[in-house]
Design a protein around this ligand. Structure first.
Ligand SMILES: Cc1cc2nc3c(=O)[nH]c(=O)nc-3n(C[C@H](O)[C@H](O)[C@H](O)COP(=O)(O)OP(=O)(O)OC[C@H]3O[C@@H](n4cnc5c(N)ncnc54)[C@H](O)[C@@H]3O)c2cc1C
Length: 480
């Protein structure tokens, strides 16, 4: 699909007339690498490019960095340390270590806690993951506010110029070379020139507008993963509430409660399980429990509908907790994440499309920019339940550089949840540990491309890999 087709599909039937605008837009910046979108992908891309000597500008539509990890309140990196080793290195590991120093919590991570339905399957662990040798996984929960501050520090220290309140709305390209990214800012419309562009908007906004082809949703019906906004409740006796959850661990705390509430008409959420965790607030819990299916996160009408529904669902869940969960009698809804939890939208078609089997089978690539072990994590796009496709304990897959290069483009790369993959593979690649890998891979490649002046598809892969290793990326188990 192309951006023009997408716009036509969305607005075609609604168009009353057309407004032809003549614009006179100032071009205000020229840099080596322009990174668009400041989530974990954008932070790692921008910082790595700057550390490789590039002049980098990072544009972010909101007022802070972090994306879903800050404004989306998705503050959990699992599994940071895997059964056999800590797979992530480089800037990802640096961010997590620094977050631990400023209020992050590292904890034992049992896969059943992330995917409760696994607990219902006898022998699930060995069946799914192979022999773990009694080893465990560890995850890190962090404070989203501390992440915003750390990201400001990291970007400033590495010399990245950050511009907030700047939303990419258009891009210009000539003969496969992106020339300008156009943004609306609080102060008006401006354009940026760069040698290399890295799209880290999650939705592929820049690449789509530059004319790159993209895919959306499952092959069979185009459906995308459901939207979930995180929320926080406060006024909770956390010890009592978590005690209740622990006592019902085999049904992940709330499965029976949710079932009964749905049957009784108290709850209207297409979900059987919810994740509830303590927060940095002593009287607070954070809840991953809303779910709206059938939403396209690049469709403004769908987004509006989803925003209203997730708030209503959050309110229903708080009322249910107040009535039924010990310790939550005085609970109130403290905050629904200001950034809606979109998991999947455009996947920009690259020089390689990471396939359904590549992650579970532990595919290795000669142009690897890093490794991953986290499973494919498909939340049912049509309603209830999950489909997880694990990687055998001790094995890993690799993310190829070609999946970051927009097909046919001289100077356009992607990182984060919009890289080139099938819908199934995206369900694993969208997770933080892989986002760090694609972010640092794309940022490093962008700096080298700006220096070498060659087309993205012709970059010297051995130079890219040796630069990544020099900056702490773990390309193979030996350089642990
Ligand atoms: C409810 C939920 C729970 C999750 N749980 C986990 C989990 O436990 N572990 C895990 O690893 N992952 C989890 N994920 C997935 C993970 O949060 C995302 O896949 C990840 O944040 C993607 O990173 P990103 O940098 O690609 O995109 P994002 O975090 O979405 O960042 C994109 C950034 O780009 C900006 N932007 C967007 N459009 C524009 C534009 N046009 N111009 C300028 N800026 C723009 C946004 O404001 C944002 O800052 C979860 C996701 C959700 C929704």
């Amino acid at each position: 699909m192309t951006y023009t087709q997408e716009v036509q599909k969305l607005f075609g039937a609604r168009t009353l007339e057309r407004l032809h605008e003549e614009l006179d837009t100032p071009v205000i910046g020229a840099c080596d690498v322009l990174v668009c979108g400041g989530g974990f992908a954008g932070i790692t891309a921008a910082v790595s490019a700057a550390r490789c000597g590039a002049r980098v500008v990072l544009l972010e539509r909101s007022g802070s960095l972090g994306g879903l990890a800050s404004l989306g309140m998705v503050n959990y990196v699992t599994p940071y340390r895997d059964w056999f080793e800590q797979v992530v290195g480089g800037i990802g590991a640096e961010i997590i270590e620094r977050l631990k120093e400023t209020g992050g919590l590292e904890g034992e991570y049992d896969v059943t806690e992330e995917h409760p339905w696994l607990a219902e399957r006898l022998g699930w662990k060995e069946e799914l993951f192979g022999k773990t040798g009694g080893r465990t996984r560890r995850g890190v929960q962090f404070d989203s506010e501390q992440l915003k501050i750390l990201a400001d520090e990291l970007t400033a220290q590495s010399g990245v110029e950050v511009l907030y309140h700047t939303q990419i709305v258009e891009a210009r390209s000539e003969g496969g070379r992106v020339t300008l990214a156009v943004a609306e800012t609080k102060s008006g419309r401006v354009a940026f020139r760069a040698k290399v562009f890295v799209d880290c908007t999650g939705d592929g906004d820049l690449a789509a507008r530059a004319g790159a082809g993209f895919l959306k949703g499952r092959e069979q019906d185009g459906k995308m993963l459901p939207v979930t906004s995180m929320f926080r409740i406060r006024g909770v006796d956390v010890a009592r509430a978590m005690g209740y959850q622990r006592e019902r661990r085999e049904q992940y705390g709330y499965a029976d409660l949710l079932k009964a509430a749905k049957a009784g008409g108290e709850l209207d959420i297409p979900h059987s399980y919810i994740l509830v965790r303590p927060t940095v607030y002593q009287d607070g819990l954070e809840v991953n429990g809303t779910r709206v299916a059938g939403i396209d996160g690049t469709d403004v009408f769908d987004l509006t509908k989803a925003e209203i529904l997730v708030r209503r669902q959050a309110q229903q869940l708080v009322e249910l907790f107040r009535r039924r969960v010990p310790g939550c009698e005085g609970a109130y809804l403290a905050e629904v994440a200001p950034l809606i939890g979109v998991r999947e939208t455009r996947r920009i078609v690259g020089e390689y499309i990471i396939g359904d089997r590549d992650l579970p089978s532990g595919a290795k690539f000669p142009d690897s920019v890093g490794r991953g072990t986290i499973h494919v994590d498909i939340h049912n796009p049509s309603g209830d339940g999950y489909d997880i496709r694990p990687v055998r304990a001790g094995d890993w897959y690799e993310i190829p550089y070609r999946s970051l290069v927009a097909k046919g483009f001289f100077n356009l790369l992607t990182a984060g949840r919009c890289i080139s993959a099938t819908s199934v593979a995206q369900s694993g690649l969208r997770l933080y540990l892989n986002v760090f890998v694609s972010g640092q891979g794309a940022g490093t490649a962008a700096a080298l491309l700006a220096r070498e002046g060659c087309p993205a598809a012709k970059l010297d892969v051995s130079l890219l890999q040796s630069t990544l290793v020099k900056h702490g990326v773990k390309l193979c188990p030996d350089n642990n």
